[in-house]
Structures are given as C-alpha cells and as structure tokens.
Design a protein around this ligand. Sequence first.
Ligand code: NAD
Length: 504
Amino acid sequence: MATAETLTRTTVSHWIDGKPQPATSGRSGAVMNPATGEMIAEVGFASAADVDRAVASAKAASVQWRATALSRRAEIMFAFRDLIAHNRQRIAEIVSTENGKTLSDALGEAARGVENVEFACGVPHLLKGGYTEQASRGVDVYQIRQPLGVVAGITPFNFPAMVPLWMLANAIACGNAFLLKPSEKDPSASVLIAQLAKEAGVPDGVLNLVHGDKVAVDRILDHPDIKAVSFVGSTPVAKYIYETATRNGKRVQALGGAKNHMLVLPDADINMAADAAVSAGYGAAGERCMAISVVVAVGSVADPLIEAIRERVARIKVGSGLDPSSEMGPLITREHRDRVASHLDTASAEGATVAIDGRRDPTTRQNGFFLGPSLIDNAKPGMKCYDQEIFGPVLSVVRVNTYAEAIRLINENPFGNGTAIFTQNGGAARQFQFDVEVGMVGVNVPIPVPVAYYSFGGWKSSLFGDLHMYGPEGVQFYTRAKVVTSRWPDPSASKVDLGFPQVR
Ligand code: NAD
C-alpha cells in the first residue's frame, strides 16, 4: 500500500479478503502528485473477474456478519472510529499528496469521515424497529430492518477518504458486506481505511476494495449479487449509474454535480459575505461539490462585494497542499486544470467580464496543476461559465435587481445541491428556505454540509434516487423493512375462515 512516505512508483493493489491482491487485467493508471506534476504510483485496474472475486468474498463474509451480535458490530465500529481518528494525520498526508488539497483541508475531511463512523457506532439504536401489541385481539405486529447483503460504493476524487466513509460506515454497521470502487486518481486513502477496518475487527471480506475505471463499474452495475449501489460523482455518470443499476434491479442513490448559488441581499454584512464567498469558492481549489460557484448579488451590493472579494483574493497563497503556508492547492489533473482555465476565455467571448484571471498566478508556471483564484463578473444563464459545472477556483457573479429575480434564477438551474443566503433579515432568510428548490440550504453558512446525524443530498440533477446519503437515510438505504404479524392462539380454537383477515 502506498503511504505518504512511500508514494514513489508503488503499485496500489485491490483489497480482497483482508489482504492486498493484484489486479489481473493488465491495465493500470497513473497516480499523480498534482503539486509537482509527477507520477508517484501506479494503480492496477480491475477486470470483471477481479470484481467477481471481490463480490464472491463479500457474499461469503456477509452470511456470518449479518448474524453477528449488534453489540459486537458496534464495538468494532467504535474501534474503527478510534483508529481513523488516531491515523488522521496519515490519512490527510496521503489525501493531500494524491489529491492536492491542503493538509488542513484533508484533516477536516478526515474529521468529517470520523463523524460518519461515530454515527454508525449507534447501530443497535438505529436498527430498533417498531412493535404494536394487540393490533388485533391476540395479534402483535412488528417491523424489523435487515441488511441487503452485498452492497457497493463508487466514489469521486475530491473526497477520497470522507465519501467512502459516508457509505461504508453505515453499510457495514447495518450488517452488509461492502465493495468499494474509489477514484482511480487518488486511490491510496481507501486502502489505508480498509487496513484500519481489518485492524478494528471487521472480518475479512466484509470490506473489499477494487480499483479501476468503467470496466469495474460496469461489472458492479450488472453483478447479480450486488443489491445496492451508492455513487458520488459527476451528473452524467450519476445518471448513467442510476439508469443502469435500477434497470438491473438494484437499489441506487447516485449523487451528481452541482452549481451552488450564494445569494447576497443588500442588507448583508459585506465583509462577512466576502469572507464566505472567498472561503467557499476557492477552498480546496473549488473542487468541492458544496463549493460556492455563483454569487448572486442583489441590487447595490454587487460593486462593494466584488471589491471586498478582490482584496481577499489578492492575499490567498497558492502552493503545494503539503506546505503549511498554502491556503489553496493545485487541481487534480493537468487536463482538468486546462478545462477549468478555458472557461475564462469562453466567458470573455460570451460577454462576461474576467475580473480576476488566475492564469496570472505565479504557480501556473510550475509543473504542478495550478490555477490561481479567478472571478467572472456579469455572468448570465446561457453562458458556459454559468450553465456548466466548472469544479475549479472560478467564482462567477450574477447581478440581479430583486430577490424574486434571484430565486427564479436559482430554481431554474438544473442543479440543486447546496445554496446559501447572506442577510441580516430573519424573515427574508425564512422566505428563502421556503422558496428555494435545493436540497441543502445555508443561512449565513456558505457550505451547509449536514452533520453526520442528518443526511446529505441535493435535488434535481444533483441526486438520482430517493434516499439521501449517510445519517438516518443512509441506514434506511442499506436495510430493508420486514413486518411480522404474529399470534399465539390456543390451537383448540382454530378453524377454517376463507374471509380476508380483518382487525377484530
Ligand atoms: P466522475 O463522475 O468522473 O467519477 C466518479 C467515479 O465514477 C469514479 O470512481 C470514476 O472512476 C467513475 N467513473 C468515471 N467515469 C465513468 C464512466 N463513464 N462510467 C462508469 N464509471 C465512471 O467524478 P469525479 O471527477 O471523480 O468527481 C467530481 C464530480 O463529483 C463533480 O461533478 C462533483 O460535483 C461531484 N461530487 C458530487 C458530490 C455530491 O455529494 N453530490 C460529492 C463529491 C463530488
């Protein structure tokens, strides 16, 4: 397994049956250090046969695991939680090295992942069903929730530790065996997580890991022994995953891309709004699904807000994520950086104003995949910079005259992941919460990622499926309900009754 110290031309392996196992496809991908532009490891891609091997191992392990006492499963989750917390620096270093985000951001990611495992430690309580005594005379009815069997998760590059934990903590605690297919761009954090799960007492096969691309994903989507698929990634792939896996009879939650609007009303505190826009727009180089990508400035607030953003951007230090003085790291690949930067040209051509051009940042002359923070003013629907998810450090400002215009803009956008309002008026914030067609809403909070005991999910093209991820809806997703109706009558009173059972 690759660690921060040994990430030099190592090969990242699958993790099946509690040990590293090589890929058999003969195909592999390069794992890059985005801060230096160098290849640091190779990851073997799974063949369909590798996926089959992992599923067979998971299926066998799931039989004993679902029969394991809840108190024992909780005990293992507690140990897992402690091991992840204890190893958070190691996890963060791996994430920062392969993904590029700053170490402090990666530590934050690890901390949010720990919270998901903490939630799953409460599994004995979470799986408590309901019981109705005397539903009819001498008849009791109760509901229990049982695991699905083998379930799978497919995760994106931008949270290589947290998103796997969003899924696997609840899935395993509920008694399932989990197969993870992490992003091939930064696969090593998930190997460490699997190793820590084993150390915590998760039996071999209950957590398996295969690396790879569409070949592995497609086998997951059509494997008959996989009962449910959780996905987080871009909208086109989310839609494909949802359509394919549901057609194959699986339960699916597929979280997609985003275009998160931050609405700033004229009464907002300009400095607070600018701090929030800069933090949420450029943190993690804009590679967060909950990043603010559009500031909707109402009326007179636009000019002073842009000025305040400009002042703050000028002070942002871009550099390697492992350098403690860096506030913003590189993007994930050279191609992605170039695609993000190309939006600045397109925006000008389409009539918007490039107010800050991140291509002028000195780091762009280095080998890493850097782009400085950029700001586009006068963006509008119909322009590429507004219509597409950019997923980089490019913040757009749309100027509108009224709240009504702003809410129409946000509700007409096909994405509905996160949004925020900045105002000092409680009534306006309450109205926004009521009106807005978005799944996660912040009031003076720019990145409203729900805590682990709520659930995470957007609306519209940001989520395909009914149930949101982690928290109570995660438990629902990874279990199915069974309702039992029982009676213990005196057999001597038994008789034939062809009528439909009625409550008496
Ligand atoms: P991606 O869709 O390219 O990849 C996600 C996963 O799908 C990876 O494991 C990848 O190997 C696999 N994949 C990619 N192309 C595939 C294909 N054609 N067929 C089958 N599998 C395929 O996403 P990414 O670039 O890794 O991550 C960034 C995207 O994820 C952004 O759009 C971001 O908004 C989104 N995201 C959303 C959330 C959310 O909660 N809604 C959270 C994080 C990231």
